[in-house]
Design a protein around this ligand. Structure first.
Ligand code: NDP
Length: 497
C-alpha cells in the first residue's frame, strides 16, 4: 500500500529551505502500479537553478565546509549514513512510490547502498594521502588536492537514491558544494533525504536540490558558468549532450551511461549458480538497470538445458504490488517505458531469427499499472536490435556460441561496454576472458556487486570516466602541485653582468 504521507508538492531545496520557484511549470509524479498521480514537482527554471548554484557558490566561498577539517566532514558523513538507516522505512516507501520497483529491492539494495556511500567516503577521506616528490634535493614538491568548487549532479530514475547519493557523498566528502537534480519522475525520497543531510550537520547551501525536466532544469544546471564539475548518470544520448555542454564550458565531467552487457555462461560453469545469477542479473530492479545482464550467451552444450530451466523460473517470477514484500517484479517506471519495452516485444514477434519464449506482453493480471510480463527471447544473430539496443526492462535475450573466441567476439560486438559477466570454473579460461572483454567491469562467477574502492564506469558508449574511491577524488578535486626550495641553491643572476 502507498504510504499515507507523501509530499504533495516537491519544490527546490536551497540554502537548507524548501522554496517554490516563481512562475514554475508543474509536473505530475505517478505511482506506476496504479497510474494515479500521487504528487507533483514544481519545476525549477533557469532562474531557480541560478539561485541554487549561487547558494552553493556562496557556501563554498565562505569555507564553512570547503575548509572544514577532515574530522568534521567525516563525522557529518557518518551521521548522514546513520540517519539514512534510521529512516529506512520512510525512504524505502517513497522509493517504491515513485519508481514502482519492489520494496524488497529498496530495503535490500538501494537504502543500504545510499548509507554505504556516505560511510565509505567518510572513511576514505580519513585515510587519503597525497604524493611528495624529493628526487631533486633542491626542491620539495608535493601535491595538494583542493575541492573543485560547485558540482552539478544529475541522476536517473532507476535507482534514485542509491545513485544520487553516491554523487552527493563523493562531492561533499572532498569539500565541494553541490546542486542535485534528480529525475523529474523520481523526486519523492529526496525530500526526507535533503532534510536529513541538514539534520546531520551539512551546512546550508552545501547541498541544494532543483527538480524538473532534463532539457529545462538539467540543461540549465550543466550550462551554468559557476558549475565547475558535472557528474551525470543516465542514457547515452543524454550523456552525449552533457559531455558536449561540459566541454564547451571547460568543466570536469564524468558520464555513466547505458549498457547491453553480456552474461557469458560456459559449459563448465556451476550450472545452478549461473542460473540463479542470470535471473538476478536481468530481472532485479525490474530489469531497469544499466548493469543488467541483458544478453545471455550460452555455450551450445548447455544451451537447451539452461534455456528450459531459465524459462521455467521466469514464468514463476512474482509480478505484483511493489509494496508486497514477496514481489519480485513491480511496475515499470512510466507508460513511456512500458511502451518502449512492449515495442521491442512486438518487433521481436515480427523479426525472423527471434523467438519469444516467455512474456512479451503487458500483464493481464492487473487492470491498471505499467506491468510487463518478464520476457525471454532467443536471437539467431547478435546484429539484431534485441541484442544491440538497451531495452531497460524485464527482457532477456539469449544467444548461443560454440567457442570461447566466438563468445568474446559477440560480447564485444556492441556499442556499449559497461559490464560483462563470466561463468566458468576453469581459471585459465577466466583469465583469458578478463583479458578479452572490453567492459569497465567484469564479474566472474557472481552477479551485481560493487566495491566502492574500485573504479566504476564504462568503455565505449557506456560513458567517460569512473567513480569510486580514487576516481571520485580525481573528479571532485583539483590537483595543485606545490614546489618549495629545500635549500639555497644558485639562481641565475640575470641583469647583473
Ligand atoms: P536520461 O538520460 O533520460 O536521464 C538522466 C537524467 O538526466 C535525468 O535526471 C534527466 O532528467 C536528465 N536529463 C535529461 N535530458 C537532459 C539534458 N538535456 N540536460 C541535462 N539533464 C538531462 O536517463 P534515464 O533517467 O532514462 O535513465 C536511464 C538510463 O540511465 C539508461 O540508459 C541507463 O543505462 C542509464 N544508467 C546508467 C548507469 C551507469 O552507472 N552507467 C546507472 C543507471 C542508469 P529527467 O528524467 O527529469 O528528464
Amino acid at each position: 500500500m502507498l504510504p499515507e504521507s507523501i509530499p504533495k508538492t516537491v519544490t527546490s531545496y536551497i540554502d537548507a529551505a524548501w522554496v517554490t520557484p516563481a512562475g514554475h511549470d508543474t509536473l505530475p509524479v505517478i505511482f506506476a502500479a496504479n497510474e494515479q498521480q500521487i504528487s507533483e514537482v514544481a519545476e525549477a527554471n533557469a532562474a531557480e537553478v541560478h539561485r541554487a548554484v549561487a547558494s552553493a557558490k556562496t557556501a563554498f566561498e565562505t569555507g564553512v565546509w570547503s575548509r572544514a577539517s577532515v574530522a568534521t566532514r567525516k563525522s557529518v558523513l557518518l551521521k548522514v549514513s546513520e540517519l539514512i538507516l534510521a529512516n529506512r522505512d520512510r525512504l524505502a516507501e517513497l522509493e517504491v512510490a515513485h519508481t514502482g520497483a519492489p520494496l524488497a529491492q529498496a530495503y535490500g539494495r538501494h537504502i543500504p547502498r545510499a548509507a554505504a556511500n556516505f560511510e565509505f567516503f567518510a572513511e576514505y577521506i580519513a585515510q587519503a594521502s597525497n604524493p611528495v616528490f624529493e628526487q631533486n634535493p633542491d626542491y620539495l614538491t608535493y601535491v595538494r588536492r583542493d575541492p573543485a568548487g560547485v558540482a552539478g549532479l544529475i541522476a536517473p530514475w532507476n535507482a534514485p537514491l542509491a545513485l544520487a547519493s553516491m554523487k552527493v557523498a563523493g562531492a561533499i566528502a572532498f569539500g565541494n558544494s553541490c546542486v542535485l537534480k534528480p529525475s523529474e519522475l523520481t523526486p519523492l525520497s529526496f525530500v526526507p533525504f535533503m532534510e536529513l543531510l541538514s539534520e546531520a550537520g551539512v551546512p546550508p547551501g552545501v547541498v541544494n536540490m532543483v527538480n524538473g525536466r532534463g532539457p529545462v532544469t538539467g540543461a540549465a544546471l550543466v550550462a551554468h558558468p559557476d558549475v565547475d564539475v558535472v557528474a551525470f548518470t543516465g542514457g547515452t544520448s543524454t550523456g552525449r549532450l552533457i559531455g558536449a555542454e561540459a566541454g564547451r564550458g571547460i568543466k570536469k565531467v564524468v558520464t555513466e551511461l547505458g549498457g547491453k552487457s553480456a552474461n557469458i555462461i560456459f559449459a563448465d560453469a556451476d550450472f545452478e549458480r549461473a542460473l540463479d545469477a542470470a535471473l538476478v542479473a536481468i530481472f532485479s530492479n525490474n530489469g531497469q538497470q544499466c548493469l543488467a545482464g541483458s544478453r545471455i550467451l550460452l555455450q551450445r552444450e548447455i544451451a537447451e538445458k539452461f534455456v528450459a530451466a531459465f524459462v521455467a523460473r521466469v514464468k514463476r517470477l512474482r509480478l505484483g504490488d511493489p509494496y508486497d514484500p514477496k514481489t519480485e517484479i513491480g511496475a515499470l517506471i512510466s507508460a513511456a517505458q512500458m511502451e518502449r519495452v512492449l515495442e521491442y516485444a512486438r518487433q521481436a514477434a515480427d523479426t525472423e531469427g527471434v523467438e519469444i519464449l516467455a512474456g512479451g506482453k503487458r500483464s493481464e493480471l492487473f487492470d491498471k499499472g505499467f506491468f510487463v510480463e518478464p520476457t525471454v527471447v532467443t536471437a539467431a544473430s547478435n546484429a539484431l536490435p534485441v541484442c544491440q539496443e538497451e531495452i531497460f526492462g524485464p527482457f532477456a535475450t539469449i544467444l548461443t556460441f560454440d567457442t570461447e573466441d566466438e563468445a568474446y567476439a559477440i560480447a564485444n560486438d556492441s556499442e556499449f561496454g559497461l559490464v560483462a559477466y563470466v561463468w566458468s570454473q576453469n581459471i585459465a579460461r577466466v583469465m583469458r576472458a578478463t583479458d578479452a572483454l572490453r567492459a569497465g567491469m567484469v564479474w566472474v562467477n557472481t552477479p551485481l556487486t560493487r566495491d566502492l574502492h574500485a573504479p566504476f564506469g564504462g568503455y565505449k558508449h557506456s560513458g567517460v570516466g569512473r567513480d569510486g574511491g580514487d576516481w571520485s577524488r580525481a573528479l571532485f578535486t583539483e590537483e595543485k602541485t606545490v614546489t618549495v626550495a629545500a635549500r639555497d641553491f644558485a639562481i641565475a643572476q640575470l641583469g647583473k653582468g
